[in-house]
Design a protein around this ligand. Structure first.
Ligand code: GSH
Length: 236
């Protein structure tokens, strides 16, 4: 099997393992342990980005040579196109589902992840500062729009079926909370909470998380989240 997927513990690279499991494709799996919070040298040796995920395809059927990719969305697009027969990525033939898919697929890392990173960087900052106020307001708006979309579909982000948009966003709604606890209000965000339960029951998701984080792993799908042990009593 030419495809090797590199996962960094408790990170966005769980998306790629989950994608491979949903598609039922073969791959070799490599785990990298955080050192102690950030990426270890083993990941930096693979790609100049020095972050996870990283995918190696050797030989790639596209280039007949080795392809090494970083960036979740680039890897997802590549795997779906090259090994997934386009599954989980709606096209213009899917009508409105396509438009919704595009927006939410890009929202995950284009808007929501940056908001989470901003939130992390304002920890301990003056609550009256305009940046702190703006960041908190932005998070509130994002959660409201996510909840409204999930209320609309009652299922997944693009529509009735799981797509790669869900695979991109779900990590940001779950695992990333262990770095920067984001609470979901049981009333205001009830559709987010129902969605978390729905997705976490998918066999491919459960298998992926067992591979990535071990048998006893509990995803952060409830209203409150705690910091991951590696983050406790550490100053960033
Ligand atoms: N936009 C990139 C983000 C990659 C990224 O920052 N990954 C984090 C894990 S969530 C990482 O490797 N952090 C360790 C480090 O930067 O040292 C993607 O989606 O692949």
């Amino acid at each position: 099997m030419p495809l090797t997927l590199h996962h960094l513990g408790l990170s966005q690279s769980e998306r790629i393992i989950w994608l491979a499991e949903e598609l039922g494709i073969d791959y070799q799996y490599v785990f990298h342990k955080r050192d102690p919070i950030f990426a270890p040298q083993s990941l930096k040796d693979l790609h100049p980005a020095g972050s996870a995920p990283v995918m190696e395809d050797d030989p790639s059927p596209v280039t007949d040579s080795k392809v090494v990719l970083a960036e979740s969305a680039a890897i997802i697009d590549y795997i779906i196109a090259v090994y997934g027969n386009g599954r989980l990525a709606p096209t213009p033939n899917d009508g409105a589902v396509y438009a919704h898919f595009l927006e939410w697929y890009h929202f995950a890392n284009g808007s929501y992840q940056p908001t989470l990173v901003r939130l992390m960087s304002i920890q301990g900052a003056d609550p009256s500062s305009p940046v702190v106020k703006n960041t908190k307001a932005k998070l509130g708006r994002h959660l409201d729009m996510i909840d409204a979309r999930l209320a609309e579909t009652g299922a997944y982000f693009a529509g009735e079926e799981l797509t790669a948009a869900d695979i991109m966003i779900f990590t940001s709604l779950t695992t990333m909370r262990g770095f920067n606890p984001v609470e979901y209000d049981v009333e205001k965000h009830k559709h987010i909470l129902a969605y978390m339960k729905r997705v976490s029951e998918r066999p491919a998701y459960q298998k992926a998380m067992r591979i990535c984080e071990g048998e006893d792993f509990q995803p952060l799908i409830g209203p409150k989240a705690e910091l991951w042990p590696i983050m406790r009593s550490r100053k960033l």
